[in-house]
Design a protein around this ligand. Structure first.
Ligand code: ADP
Length: 473
């Protein structure tokens, strides 16, 4: 059975408070009853001592009689006198044999105190409480031993009324606490439950694909944190979906452009089969466009798999100097074509990284340095092993530069700062996005600074190989 949190919580609070009230009332009532008993006992003892003293005084000052005769003769008078002085309580007197010798209320029924009387005759104090009445029996001391028994009958009604009043007060307090705590617990938890329901609804909306309407709870506690968390999660999912959509749109667009161009040449060739000039132009264009397509598809696949899966990285010890030398050789043809000189200042530096990723990273950055350069410009490549345990590679070009406001965006997929130039050179804007991802996957970092019209400088740093840290496998 599903029981709402608000019921559980209010029942718990009510039970807790009720328990406190019950424990408290037990303690207080027990204290009261003990106090009352002590008070009664001490008052009774005082009265019986006074009575005993009064009787003894009468016994020693009067004619010399034996105890039994004295009690028989004086009992009646003394009982009435003691009864009058004890504020209207009934006083009875017995002789040593347990015979009633005096009663301040002789017309009333004789109280039945058999057992207590037997006790008192043996010089002990005994009392019986029956309802609101206490029968207190104490021995009367005489000069030669016990004279008889003093019996005081008093009412405890006032004490009992006080006790019952306190008891009633506690019951009322218990009921009040129960009602109020249930009510407050319910009202309080109802508010909490409402917020929890709102969070639940938010989760439901996310499940149904509505990410933009996640309300935030204005509270500064765990529920507030949870609500912030849900809102942040919703936003992250939405951004992710948007960027996936955008990635998809961009890639469709980028795929269409070279394909349209290839198809146009195919159509033209179909019409002018024997035009050697057209044939040559088409061959060149098709080669260029298909190369671009190939690169685009490869980069896009790589990028999306990098984002989605923990791409398989096989780190090894790589001599970065050798790798960069080789890349320069591979790019020499292109650099020559663009009329660009490549200067190298390479020191030996071993890094621990995935070789294929390194190739891809530096190939892209060097290729850009040539592509976005100017006729007669240069690319300067520097490699040094720094003291900080990093191998720093600097790729500096004398090209067109990147406007400052666009610099932060060049690492986004499909972003091209200069669309015409990028298209002309076959760029699709995926290169640097991939470079950044690959660099970070190898625990490296990449920085860019640039002066528009003067050139750009990329610095890429990787951890140097450390024999103790990177075990060759
Ligand atoms: P692309 O395939 O367009 O070259 P990249 O992701 O490699 O894509 O680069 C993104 C954009 O950054 C480029 O379109 C270009 O505008 C700018 N860029 C990259 N490298 C350089 C550079 N060395 N000099 C000037 N601009 C550059």
């Amino acid at each position: 059975m599903r029981i709402s949190l608000k019921w559980k919580f209010s029942a718990f609070i009510a039970a807790l408070l009720l328990f406190v009230v019950i424990m408290m009332s037990f303690a207080v009532l027990k204290g009261i009853s003990q106090y009352q008993r002590e008070q009664t006992e001490s008052a009774m003892a005082k009265q019986s001592e006074a009575a005993s003293a009064r009787i003894q005084q009468e016994y020693v000052t009067g004619a010399r009689l034996d105890a039994v005769t004295f009690m028989k003769l004086q009992g009646r008078k003394l009982a009435v006198e003691l009864g009058a002085s004890s504020g209207g309580n009934r006083v009875l007197l017995y002789d040593g044999a347990g015979e009633t010798v005096g009663d301040s209320l002789p017309m009333a029924d004789a109280p039945d105190v058999g057992e207590a009387l037997a006790y008192a005759i043996q010089n002990k104090i005994a009392y019986i409480v029956k309802g609101d009445i206490i029968d207190y029996l104490a021995p009367i001391a005489g000069p030669e031993g016990q004279l008889g028994v003093f019996h005081l009958q008093a009412s405890l009604a006032a004490q009992h009324v006080f006790y019952r009043n306190v008891q009633r007060m506690f019951i009322a307090a218990g009921v009040g606490v129960l009602a109020v705590s249930l009510l407050f617990g319910f009202v309080y938890m109802n508010r909490q439950a409402k917020d929890i329901r709102r969070l639940n609804e938010a989760a439901e909306r996310i499940r149904n694909g509505f990410y933009d309407r996640t309300p935030k709870l204005a509270r500064r506690d765990e529920l507030g944190d949870l609500s912030d968390g849900i809102a942040a999660m919703s936003e992250a999912i939405q951004t992710n979906i948007r960027s996936q959509k955008q990635f998809f749109n961009n890639i469709s667009h980028e795929l269409k452009t070279p394909l349209t161009s290839i198809r146009a040449y195919a159509d033209l060739l179909d019409m002018y089969k024997d035009d050697p000039e057209l044939l040559e132009e088409a061959r060149e264009a098709i080669a260029q466009e298909s190369g671009r397509l190939f690169e685009l598809v490869e980069n896009a696949l790589r990028l999306s798999s990098l984002e989605r899966y923990e791409f398989e990285q096989r780190p090894e010890k790589v001599e970065l100097k050798e790798l960069l030398e080789e890349l320069c050789m591979r790019l020499k043809g292109k650099a020559d074509r663009y009329g660009i000189a490549i200067n190298k200042h390479l020191h030996s530096a071993e890094v621990w990284a995935d070789k294929e990723s390194l190739t891809h990273i530096f190939m892209n950055v060097l290729d850009n340095a040539i592509k976005y350069n100017v006729q007669g410009g240069s690319v300067t490549l520097t490699l040094k092993a720094g003291d900080s345990g990093l191998a720093e590679t600097e790729v500096r070009d004398t090209g067109i530069g990147i406007p400052e406001e666009l610099r932060a965006r060049i690492f986004e997929p499909f972003y091209t700062a200069n669309r015409d130039r990028a298209r002309q050179s076959g760029g699709s804007g995926l290169g640097l996005a991939l470079v950044k991802q690959l660099t970070e996957k190898q625990n490296g970092h990449i920085q860019v600074d640039s002066a528009e019209g003067k050139g750009t400088r990329f610095v890429i740093a990787f951890e140097l190989y450390d024999r103790r840290k990177h075990l060759q496998v």
